[in-house]
Design a protein around this ligand. Structure first.
Ligand SMILES: Nc1ncnc2c1ncn2[C@@H]1O[C@H](COP(=O)(O)OP(=O)(O)OP(=O)(O)O)[C@@H](O)[C@H]1O
Ligand SMILES: [Mg+2]
Length: 468
C-alpha cells in the first residue's frame, strides 16, 4: 500500500527493478482448467488443459460426484485421459480440473490389516490416516545395492519348501489354466509363510472372490499382517493397473523398513490385460495377441522392483493365467523369462483331487541351488526322479501292460507312488514347515535306498550321495 511517508524514489526503484518481469515469465506449464471435448468408452479428450502425463484430474458431472481420471497421453494440444470409473453423467464441455500428480502413494504403519482399492481408498469402511509418501513407480535401484538370494523362505507348503525351494527376495510365477487352484495356493502361502508382512494384490478377480479371499483364505489372523489391494473385474483398467503399482510401492515401503515382505499378485495376466486396454485407448499399436509394447516393458519394470535391499526383502509370487493351458502365451513367455522360477499347476492332478496340483516335472526354482544344502538337493533330485518315472510310464502301468520286475526304476516309482503323493497332497488348513519338509523327503528317499535288496545298482547309484 502506498503511504505518504514513503519516498517516491523507493517506488520508482521497485518499479524499475520489476519492470518487464511479468512479460519475461513464460506461460505456466500447467493451466488448471480445461473443457471436455470427447468421451468414448473410458477415454476422454480434453482441450485447454495443460498437465503432464500421470496428472490426476476431476471432471464435473451432473447429479453426482465428480469423475476422477488420469492423463495417459496427448495428441496435439488435446490431453487423453483414462477414467477411474464409468464415465456416466459427463457432458460435452464439462469442466476438467487438475488435482494432483498420481506418482506418489500414501503409506504408513496404519496400512497393516487394511483392504484398499486401486486408488488407495479403504474398502472396509474405516478411516485411514497415512503420513508418508512413496513413489508409485518406484525409485531406480542401483544393481550394486541389491544383495544376492541366499536364504530360503518358509512358504508353509510342503512341495514348494522341499522340491521348489523359494529364496528370500526371489520372484516366482504360478502358472495355470483357469480354476486349477492358483488363488487357493496363494491363500495357503499367505497364511502359512514366515514373511513379516504380506501384500496381496487381487487384480481383475470376481468381486465375490475378493471377499472369500479375505474371509476364508486370510482369516482374521492372516489379515493382521497383510495389506490387500483389491481391484475386481468391474473396476476400470486404470484402477486395476494402479492397484498393482500401489501394491508394489507398499511392499517397497515395508522392505525399506528392514522387513521381509511377501508380495502376491493374482494375476499378472489381468495386469497385462488392463495395461493393454489403457494403452490401446491411448493410441498405442498392438504387437502380439493385441498386447501393446508398453505391456512388455512395464511387466519387467514391475517385477524388477522385488528383491533384497539392505536388511529387508520382497519375495514376490505372480499368478499367470495360461489360456487353454497353453504355456506359449506371450505374457506367460515374458513372465517365465523375467522371473527366477515357475511353479506350474496341472489340471490332471487337480482333476484327480491332488492339491496343491503342482506339476513337479514342469516346475523349477532357479534359486534352489544357491539356498539349499547339497544333501537336500540330492534328496529332491531322487524324489523328483521317482515321481517323473511314474508319470512317464503312467499309461503302461494303468493299462496293466507293465510287468513288475522288468525295470527296477519303474518298480520303485510304483512302490513309492503312495508316500510321494501323500507328501505332496496337503490339506488346505494344515501348515507345514521348512525343516520338517526336508526331513520328510529325506526319509522317503532313504527308505527307497534301503528298500528290497541293497545290492541293487540303480538304487545305490541314485541314493549314493543322498545317504551320506
Ligand atoms: N487345495 C485345495 N483343496 C481342495 N480344493 C481345491 C484346492 N485348490 C483348489 N481347489 C478347488 O478348485 C477350485 C478353483 O480353485 P481356485 O479358485 O484357487 O483356482 P484359480 O486357478 O485361482 O481359478 P481362476 O483361474 O478362476 O482364478 C476351488 O473352488 C476348489 O473347488
Ligand atoms: Mg483365481
Amino acid at each position: 500500500m502506498v503511504t505518504e511517508t514513503m519516498p517516491q524514489s523507493h517506488f520508482a526503484q521497485v518499479e524499475k527493478r520489476f519492470a518487464g518481469l511479468a512479460a519475461g515469465v513464460p506461460d505456466s506449464q500447467i493451466s488448471a482448467f480445461g473443457k471436455l471435448v470427447k468421451a468414448v468408452g473410458g477415454r476422454l479428450e480434453v482441450s485447454g488443459l495443460k498437465a503432464g502425463v500421470g496428472a490426476r484430474c476431476t471432471i464435473t458431472r451432473q447429479g453426482t460426484t465428480p469423475l476422477t481420471a488420469e492423463v495417459i497421453g496427448f495428441e496435439g494440444d488435446r490431453l487423453l485421459l483414462a477414467c477411474e470409473e464409468a464415465a456416466t453423467g459427463v457432458t460435452p464441455g464439462a469442466e476438467v480440473r487438475v488435482e494432483a500428480s498420481s506418482d506418489q502413494v500414501l503409506v504408513g504403519d496404519a496400512l497393516l490389516g487394511r483392504v484398499l482399492d486401486g486408488a488407495g481408498r479403504p474398502l472396509d469402511d474405516r478411516g485411514l490416516f497415512l503420513n508418508d509418501n512413496y513413489p508409485l513407480r518406484g525409485k531406480p535401484l542401483n544393481p550394486m545395492d541389491r544383495s544376492p538370494i541366499s536364504e530360503p523362505l518358509d512358504t508353509g507348503v510342503r512341495a514348494i519348501n522341499s522340491l521348489l525351494t523359494v529364496g528370500r527376495g526371489q520372484r516366482i510365477g504360478l502358472f495355470a489354466g483357469s480354476g486349477v487352484g492358483k488363488s487357493t495356493l496363494l491363500g495357503m502361502i499367505t497364511r502359512f509363510s514366515s514373511a513379516d508382512v504380506v501384500v496381496v494384490c487381487l487384480v481383475g478377480e470376481r468381486g465375490r472372490e475378493v471377499k472369500e479371499f479375505i474371509d476364508d483364505s486370510l482369516g482374521e489372523d492372516g489379515l493382521k499382517r497383510a495389506i490387500v489391494i483389491a481391484t475386481p473385474a468391474d473396476t476400470s483398467p486404470l484402477m486395476r493397473v494402479s492397484g498393482c503399482w500401489r501394491a508394489t510401492a507398499i511392499a517397497e515401503y515395508y522392505r525399506d523398513l528392514g522387513l521381509n515382505v511377501l508380495l502376491l499378485m493374482d494375476s499378472l495376466t489381468r495386469f497385462a490385460q488392463a495395461q493393454r486396454e489403457l494403452s490401446l485407448s491411448a493410441g498405442e499399436p498392438p504387437v502380439s495377441k493385441g498386447y501393446t509394447p508398453s505391456v512388455f516393458s512395464l511387466i519387467p519394470n514391475m517385477i524388477e522392483r522385488a528383491g533384497i535391499v539392505g536388511s529387508g526383502s520382497i519375495t514376490s509370487i505372480y499368478t499367470v493365467l495360461v489360456e487353454g493351458d497353453d504355456l506359449q502365451d506371450p505374457i506367460a513367455d515374458l513372465a517365465r523369462a523375467s522371473l527366477d522360477g515357475h511353479i506350474v499347476l496341472s489340471r490332471l492332478m487337480a482333476d484327480a483331487g491332488i492339491y496343491p496340483a503342482i506339476d513337479l516335472e514342469k516346475s523349477v526354482s532357479r534359486s534352489m541351488l544357491q539356498i539349499t544344502t547339497p544333501e537336500h538337493q540330492q534328496h529332491a533330485r531322487v524324489f523328483r526322479e521317482l515321481l517323473v518315472t511314474y508319470e512317464q510310464n503312467k499309461d503302461l502301468i494303468s493299462l496293466g501292460a507293465y510287468r513288475n520286475g522288468s525295470d527296477e526304476k519303474i518298480d520303485a516309482a510304483i512302490a513309492f507312488r503312495e508316500p510321494i503323493m501323500a507328501f505332496i497332497n496337503q490339506p488346505l488348513n494344515s501348515a507345514s514347515n521348512f525343516t520338517s519338509d526336508i526331513e520328510a523327503i529325506k526319509e522317503i528317499v532313504l527308505s527307497f535306498g534301503r528298500g528290497g535288496d541293497n545290492t541293487s545298482n540303480t538304487r545305490a547309484e541314485l541314493v549314493h550321495d543322498a545317504a551320506q
